[in-house]
Design a protein around this ligand. Structure first.
Ligand code: NAP
Ligand code: MG
Length: 502
């Protein structure tokens, strides 16, 4: 750890538990063992609010992946995990949730330090969401069952279906909600009886490695959960072709997801793809403008805009356009830009210098293409990868800031007149992750909901997420669902059993 990061941790009084974790050598968790990379190499792990070096991690190799898959396979094909009664699996998952609860503050600090996000939101959203996801799916193992059927064909049969876990699941996770997205993949897979190999994003592996210590402490059998850190182009890519893996569940960008999906399907693996978005927001003329402005700002600037279902395209009915824009700018002005460990931080840094560069170049492109920058958008000089929230007005459909996912705090707006026009603008995108409507006119709201091509529709809200509700996109935002009972269908096979009776 370099002095910049040490001073930063001192300044904000980071707990001893977090310091101890950050100072010890980081290892992967494979088959219940803590191991270095098989090639002995390391990669650097940076802190985004200061740009300083935290520690090093092991870049997994395909040999490491082979060992992880073999361990997961052995547990699945006849290990202790496969023989556990459903109620015992439930107890284990609850034990893990208890440990996550006990160590929640520490996990929030680790997440804030590694990813740069607000420690307050990390605790309230990421870590609480992780705990809730494990609690929710802990209740499922005893409730997974098939049906008995009375067939009509000639003969006398007992016909029934069995629900069986798919097997070894590989989870590829992005850096924006590292622990929570991992939980979205893992909790349901374990509830279904699968075993898993997780590849966290190289930028944000630390909370997942701390999580693995809790998996061990919870008494989950060795090999059920394996963590292989390192590069997506090495470990992630090898997962889609690995003969020992039955399913790949991927959250990340659309181009990488397409590649993962293509390879996984051509190797006849099951696949779930949670990809990018460019979610539209419709503000109707009857909306409560003050509360809508707050929700819209939160819907795009939360986590500094590094949110897959961020409501980045805002269409405002013309008669309230100017008034709403003013409200929105007033809310944006109040958002505190600060290092992630500052408890009042709202806008933390971008995850990396590279991400800051990408976002800044989109802001420049917006100005160049003729959009009107009505608020923010500056890139302060370091330290840290900060960028001010930006609001553009009078954007037109062909602009790159309107079409492409930026994954930063950049909001584009334009007026509309009729609801037909609003629907056309909203759906004018290859993505289909989410959409939002601000209105209290029930008839108009219900008319709009079925017309929006999106996996989630929020009304007078944004990014409301709960483990009991499925999450997943339409169109180029991918397929399959995380969360909700729906997710379990993507993690289990249905076996049809026919027994001839006398
Ligand atoms: P990304 O570049 O696609 O990376 C996602 C994960 O895939 C990382 O773990 C990455 O590893 C790995 N990866 C990279 N190349 C790979 C390859 N060739 N084969 C297999 N895996 C590979 O996305 P990101 O920049 O981390 O995350 C931002 C994106 O995720 C945005 O597009 C966002 O919309 C999307 N996202 C979607 C959801 C959703 O639920 N729909 C949620 C959150 C984020 P390394 O980076 O470590 O190399
Ligand atoms: Mg980091």
């Amino acid at each position: 750890m370099d002095a910049t990061v040490r001073n930063y941790l001192d300044q904000y009084g980071v707990s001893d538990a977090t310091r101890r974790f950050l100072q010890k050598p980081q290892k992967m968790f494979i088959g219940g063992d803590w191991v270095d990379s098989s090639n002995g190499a390391t990669f650097d792990i940076f802190e985004p609010s200061t740009g300083g070096l935290i520690t090093q991690g092991p870049p997994g190799t395909t040999d490491d992946l082979d060992r992880a898959v073999a361990a997961a396979r052995a547990q699945f094909d006849g290990g202790e995990w496969r023989r556990l009664k459903p109620l015992e699996r439930e107890r284990m998952l609850h034990r893990l949730a208890d440990l996550l609860e006990t160590h929640a503050d520490e996990l929030a600090e680790i997440e804030a330090i590694d990813m740069g996000k607000s420690v307050t939101f990390a605790r309230e959203i990421d870590i609480q969401g992780t705990i809730d996801t494990f609690r929710y799916f802990a209740g499922w193992p005893t409730k997974l069952h098939g049906r008995t059927v009375e067939p009509s064909i000639p003969g006398n049969y007992l016909a029934y279906t069995r629900k069986e876990p798919l097997g070894v699941v590989a989870a590829i996770v992005p850096w924006n909600f590292p622990l929570q997205t991992m939980a979205w993949k893992l909790a349901a897979a374990l509830a279904a009886g699968c075993t898993v190999v997780v590849k966290p994003a190289e930028l944000t592996s630390l909370s997942t490695l701390r999580f693995a210590e809790l998996v061990e402490e919870a008494g989950i059998p060795a090999g059920v959960v394996n963590i292989v850190t390192g590069k997506g182009s090495v470990i992630g890519a090898a997962m889609s072709t690995h003969p020992g893996i039955n399913k790949v569940t991927f959250t990340g960008s659309t181009p990488v997801g397409q590649e993962v999906g293509r390879t996984a399907v051509s190797n006849l693996k099951h696949v779930t793809l949670e990809l990018g978005g460019k979610s539209p927001v419709l503000v109707l003329d009857d909306a409560d403008l003050a509360s809508a402005a707050r929700a819209v700002a939160n819907g795009v600037f939360f986590n500094s805009g590094q949110v897959c279902d961020a409501g980045t395209r805002v269409y405002i009915q013309r008669s309230v356009h100017d008034a709403f824009l003013e409200e929105l700018i007033a809310v944006a002005r109040e958002l505190k830009m600060a290092p992630g460990l500052d408890r009042d931080c709202y806008i933390g840094p971008m995850v990396s210098a590279q991400q800051k560069k990408v976002v800044a170049s989109y802001i420049e492109a917006g100005v160049r293409e003729g959009a009107k920058l009505v608020y923010g958008g500056a890139s302060p000089e370091g330290p840290g990868h900060f960028i001010e929230p930006a609001i553009f007005a009078h954007c037109t459909p062909e602009m790159s800031i309107v079409r492409e996912e930026i994954f930063g705090p950049v909001l584009v707006t334009s007026p509309f007149d009729t609801l037909e026009e609003a629907v056309a603008l909203a759906n004018d995108t290859p993505f289909g992750l989410a959409a939002a409507i601000y209105s209290n006119d029930l008839a108009r709201v219900h008319t709009l909901i079925p017309q929006l091509h999106a996996g989630s529709v929020y009304v007078n809200a944004h990014s409301t997420i709960d483990p009991s509700m499925p999450f997943g996109g339409f169109k180029d935002s991918g397929f399959g669902k995380d969360l909700g009972p729906e997710q379990l269908d993507y993690l289990m096979e249905t076996k049809a059993v026919w027994i001839t009776l006398p």
